[in-house]
Each structure stands twice: as C-alpha cells, then as structure tokens.
Design a protein around this ligand. Structure first.
Ligand SMILES: [Zn+2]
Length: 261
C-alpha cells in the first residue's frame, strides 16, 4: 500500500511539474509578444534605419596597412549609431567673456585651455569638417570648460558605492526633434572638460572626448589609440585604427538625421 502511494505521489509530482512548465511557457510567450509589440510600436514612430552618404573626407580615407579597428566595441544608441549627417558639424566652444578681467592669470589659463581644445579639434577636422558657432543653441557639439559631474560606481566585490575623486572629462548626448514638417530626429553632444588639468591632459582628454562626440561611442583596448578606455596618461594621437573605426561607423544605418514617418 505504502509503495502504491509513493508511486502515485511521484506521478502527481511529475504531473504538477509538467503543468508548471506549461504555464511558464505560456507566460513567457505572452510576455515576449507584448515586448515585441511595444518595440514595433516604438519603431513605427521613429525614423527607419537608413545610411547617410559618407562625407568626402572619409571616402578618401584609406588604410593600406590594414591595421584594423575596434568597431565591435562601439555601442548602439536607441536611435542607432551616433552619426552626423550635416557638414560642417557645428561646435560651440567656451571662451572667456571678459578679456579685461582684473584676474589676468585666470584669463590666461582659460585662453590656454581654449587653444589646446582647438588643437584637438584641428586634428579631427582632417577627418570630419567642423566649424565654430558663437551661439550654443545652434551647435551640434557644445564644449564646456567645467568640472564634469562625479559618477558613482558600484563595486560588486565590496558591495559599496565608490565616488571617484575627480573626473577629467565627460561626453553625453541628447536627442531632439527639429521644427521641420515632418520633424527630423537629431542629436546634440555636450563635452565637459575640466579647467584644472595640465595642458597635456587637456589635449588628450579633448582628443578622446571629441572622438566620442563625433560618433565613436565605445573604447579601444589598445593604448596606442586616442579612444583607449583609460584616459589617464594616454597621450596617443588619433590613430589609423581610430579613423578605420570612425569610417565604419559612418557606413552604418541610423535613425538620426532622418524624418519621422
Ligand atoms: Zn571615453
């Protein structure tokens, strides 16, 4: 009798287990369908993914040595690759407002900061055309001389939050719709570069952040690239691999720079 009950119990356990699996499968199918439907709704309201024609500077770029790229490290934004499609790209750069300020030393430091950031801009201008505008509202890339906000990191090993002492530079982006009819989906980049850096650090930080601002939204794992993930003491010039990556990004489809459906 005991044996029979055991067998029955085992059978009913199997039965409930199977029933559980079936319910779980049904739930997963419904959940996936609703997520897919939401995604399709969102995709219908955004411009479809399309490629822009490559700017002449990148058409002309050739790497005869095949030094490779780090395209696989580039992350996609919700609107696709962060590609500029109107050239020259308009940038606004913080400049001292009052050149007759009594504190000449601080103005001098500001002017040095401006000169150094302009040097990095000139380097990138060989690959993508850029022009300075005086009104930040009209700029695609706004470059500010300000302390970037401190990010808070979570250390999974200690389970504690870490606040780094300082951050030298940071780039962020925002999407917006133009006033056109139909509106065009565009993005704007903001680069913050700390005023308290040495000239060399300002150069390497602005070179690196401008790479992000122009669309290289990821990091290289090679120290010889300007977009190497650690900015500390990285004085690498813009490398062939940086530009190979940039060119590959600009060949990708994006929702940016296209009209809403
Ligand atoms: Zn970076």
């Amino acid at each position: 009798m005991q044996l029979l009950t055991n067998i029955l119990n085992q059978k009913s356990r199997k039965y409930y287990f199977l029933l559980g699996i079936i319910w779980l499968t049904i739930l997963v199918v419904f959940w996936t369908q609703s997520v897919n439907a939401q995604r399709e709704d969102l995709e219908k309201s955004l411009p479809p993914l399309r490629s822009h024609s490559l700017p002449l500077t990148l058409i002309e770029w050739q790497d005869s040595k095949n030094l490779g790229d780090y395209f696989d490290k580039i992350s996609l934004s919700p609107a696709g690759y962060l590609i500029w499609s109107q050239f020259p790209i308009k940038f606004y750069l913080d400049r001292p407002t009052n050149l007759n300020t009594p504190d000449a030393a601080s103005t001098h430091r500001f002017l040095q900061w401006v000169d150094t950031v302009l040097k990095a801009i000139t380097e990138w201008q060989n690959f993508l055309p850029m022009v300075e505008v005086k009104d930040p509202q009209l700029a695609d890339i706004v470059i500010k001389r300000t302390e970037p906000p401190l990010g808070v990191n979570f250390d999974s090993e200690t389970g504690k939050l870490q606040i780094p002492r300082a951050r030298s530079a940071q780039t962020s982006y925002k999407f917006y719709l133009t006033q056109d009819k139909p509106p065009v989906l565009r993005h704007r980049m903001t680069i913050k570069i700390s005023p308290g850096l040495s000239q060399l650090s300002i150069l390497s930080a602005s070179r690196h952040e401008l790479g992000h601002g122009l669309g290289i939204w990821g990091h290289s794992d090679q120290e010889t690239d300007a977009l190497y993930f650690s900015q500390v003491r990285n004085l690498s010039p813009i490398s062939v691999r940086d530009i190979n990556t940039l060119k590959k990004i600009y060949q990708q489809p994006t929702r940016l720079g296209w009209e809403l459906p």
